[in-house]
Design a binder for this molecule. Structure first.
Ligand SMILES: [Zn+2]
Length: 80
């Protein structure tokens, strides 16, 4: 979990209190992005993204690092 922070993650860290940042990080990490082809999963946070106080299960057109296919990845929240 020590991957470098993305621009938006660093930006959030700069403007949020430490507690709020930790909360956001935990929340973003509970949101998983799943490949429709091989079911490979990673968290929104690992991808350098932020998802906080959000709901719904949107889809995102992404390339998968596991099978290298483009597809509509499902985004869903795993209970923390
Ligand atoms: Zn895949």
């Amino acid at each position: 979990m020590d991957s470098p922070l993305s621009f938006w993650q660093r930006f959030s860290k700069a403007i949020l209190s430490e507690a709020a940042f930790e909360d956001m990080k935990k929340s973003s990490d509970s949101w998983k992005v799943q490949c429709p082809n091989c079911k490979y999963e990673r968290s929104v946070w690992e991808m350098g993204g932020i998802r906080w106080k959000a709901a719904g299960n949107p889809k995102m057109l992404r390339g998968c690092p596991n099978c290298n296919q483009q597809g509509w990845h499902l985004i869903y929240q795993k209970p923390i």
